[in-house]
Ligand binder design. Sequence first.
Ligand SMILES: NC(=O)c1ccc[n+]([C@@H]2O[C@H](COP(=O)([O-])OP(=O)(O)OC[C@H]3O[C@@H](n4cnc5c(N)ncnc54)[C@H](OP(=O)(O)O)[C@@H]3O)[C@@H](O)[C@H]2O)c1
Length: 287
Amino acid sequence: MIKTVLVTGASGQLGKCFQKLAAREEEIDWLFMDSSEIDITSTRDLRDFFKSKRIDYCINCAAYTNVEKAESEKERAFQINAEAVKNLAEICKKNRAVLIHFSTDYVFDGTSKIPYSEADPTNPINVYGASKLKGENYISDILTDHFIFRTSWLYSEFGHNFFKSILNKAEERAVLNITTAQTGTPTNANHLAQLVLMLIKEKNTNFGLYHFSNSGETTWYGFAYEILKISGNLNNVQLNKDDSYKTIAARPTYSVLDITKLLETFKTPLKSWEDTVLELYKSEIKN
Ligand SMILES: NC(=O)c1ccc[n+]([C@@H]2O[C@H](COP(=O)([O-])OP(=O)(O)OC[C@H]3O[C@@H](n4cnc5c(N)ncnc54)[C@H](OP(=O)(O)O)[C@@H]3O)[C@@H](O)[C@H]2O)c1
């Protein structure tokens, strides 16, 4: 039987990764809705849409993701990342749809020295992290049939992300001052979309909260170095370690996610972040 999958926030980075996968998945009836078609803060938009069509899965890629701006737009960040998500969870529950949602490593304060597991206490240190945590909590309080994937440092060939911006800077032969003050794991958004698709296709019911990232860890400086190395640009830019730049939002100094639960539950291998950067560069950028 054909499953109907609604993707909200479909024109964002992760939404586009799903759109790319959908081209090859004809047994699924995909409904890609961007913010102009479904505003997730509008109860009416959501209700009308769910009334017009039976939805089996709702993949929520819609989010307020500007970490810096969230500090001055707290209300808007909470409206999109928390209150709208509550609404979505209630509507999914009423319509017996599975909700698939994404959260962030920024729910942690970064004081740990070892990767964070799903059982570790959360303590966000910025507005974005706090709003995403509230959204997570609403979902787990409201409906059982959900997957929440906390992920980190997403990049891909789509949207605005660190990977693309470093490649662009290399073309400009710029001087790059990049921080070593945060450690995390770069994660290819395409891999996250692939896992979600696998779970839908196998009707997986191991619902709950999972950490998803590629394996290993690095700093933003280490990530930039790797991107320049694999693209043959190390000699084209001057890459400096620089921890002097002050951001508006505080960021966890260490936010590596422990992915053991995901690996054991779904038996799916995840590549190292270095191999993944190389793979994406070769497949999407170089050709
Ligand atoms: N990017 C990362 O590094 C990262 C790291 C950890 C976790 N995550 C999480 O991963 C998920 C996907 O992130 P992403 O990188 O794909 O973000 P993104 O590229 O910023 O995409 C977010 C999308 O949400 C849409 N949106 C915003 N408000 C909306 C609303 N009220 N109704 C409907 N759509 C709305 C935006 O559309 P408009 O542009 O039209 O407003 C945009 O297309 C998010 O949950 C994010 O919190 C991301």
